[in-house]
Design a protein around this ligand. Structure first.
Ligand code: BGC
Length: 317
């Protein structure tokens, strides 16, 4: 059995062929080009899938099925995207369109839900029955796993922590709201904050450049750069506070943090834990572990494939 897992992000499309134990056999990545519209994006997904299959000596018809995680709310039963702000999609029949293009059965999920399923299958979420996962990237995604199952909510937007309102009159978000968590603490927001501070005259050893990303800011913070540290500390404050609020709402056993910035490790995880504990105060009745995702950028691919998999034991038997 060979499955196609697709992690469709606002910036890049990542895809891989995955076996029934959740091991990636081959993977690749291309830019999303969301502004060119849905047809162009789906065409790039098909080309990437064909190339990956081709490199393994396979055709798309040899695959068992495909799963795709998308950055927005999904009607999972119908396979329709309700709203994906970073792709500019609304009410899009993704399962139908992609299944026709790939000639394969397709399952559709929210990207952070898919990442959480991946982490629960093969990563940091193994053994948890209830979990909150957030993914930090172009936006901020989240998943609430309760009694081992993804909580979808009525319209597929449970959980959408990236759009929790954290400040009054804050930055405008793609969703139309203001002060959403992802405008303050996503990878995109970290870069924006860093540039705003630079423009306001705050010194840093890290120069601005067109390709500047959260990765560079996190590395500079780890190296002691004051401005980079300030930017990361502020993002961590909002993440920690939002997670404390989510814990008070859902009471999970653990938290998993994924996405590119989480791979920087303690430089971001430690302040998130600090601010989360501060916000919980006396309600920290039992410490809730905050773990970095183990599958890195592969969680979305593996979790998307998991949507189609008949699951094998996760252990490396
Ligand atoms: C979307 C979420 C998505 C997240 C990460 C947010 O803007 O609303 O549905 O999971 O970005 O891609």
């Amino acid at each position: 059995m060979c499955l196609l897992g697709i992690d469709l992000g606002g910036t890049s499309i990542k895809a891989g062929l995955v076996d029934k134990k959740g091991q990636i056999l081959i993977k690749g990545q291309v830019p999303t080009g969301a502004r060119e519209g849905a047809t162009a994006v789906l065409g790039r997904i098909r080309d990437l899938a064909q190339n990956l299959a081709g490199e393994r000596g396979l055709a798309l018809a040899d695959l068992t099925g495909a799963g795709i995680g998308i950055p927005g709310s999904v009607d999972v039963a119908k396979g329709e995207v309700r709203l994906a702000p970073n792709l500019f999609w609304r009410d899009f029949p993704l399962r139908e369109e992609l299944a026709a293009l790939l000639d394969l059965p397709v399952a559709v999920e929210n990207d952070a839900h898919a990442a959480a399923l991946g982490e629960m299958w093969r990563g940091a979420g193994r053994g948890f029955n209830s979990l909150i996962m957030i993914t930090i990237g172009t936006g901020i995604g989240s998943a609430l796993i309760s009694a081992g199952r993804v909580h979808h909510g009525v319209f597929g937007y449970g959980a959408e922590m990236g759009h929790l309102k954290m400040v009054r009159d804050g930055r405008q978000c793609h969703c139309g709201g203001h002060g959403c968590l992802e405008t303050l603490a996503s990878a995109t927001a970290m870069v924006r904050s860093f540039r705003e501070y630079l423009a306001a005259g705050h010194p840093s050893r890290l120069p601005d450049s067109p390709g500047l990303g959260a990765r560079e800011i996190l590395a500079a913070a780890a190296g002691g750069d004051e401005l980079a540290s300030r930017v990361i500390d502020e993002a961590a404050y909002y993440l920690g506070t939002a997670l404390a609020n989510a814990i008070l709402l859902a009471g999970p056993e653990g938290i998993v943090i994924g996405g590119g910035p989480a791979q920087a490790g303690e430089v971001i995880l430690a302040p998130i834990r600090k601010y989360m504990a501060a916000a919980l105060g006396a309600w920290q009745l039992k410490p809730v572990p905050v773990l970095g995702a183990e599958l890195g950028n592969d969680a979305g691919i593996i979790g998307a494939a998991r949507l189609q998999a008949r699951v094998e034991p996760a252990e490396d038997e």
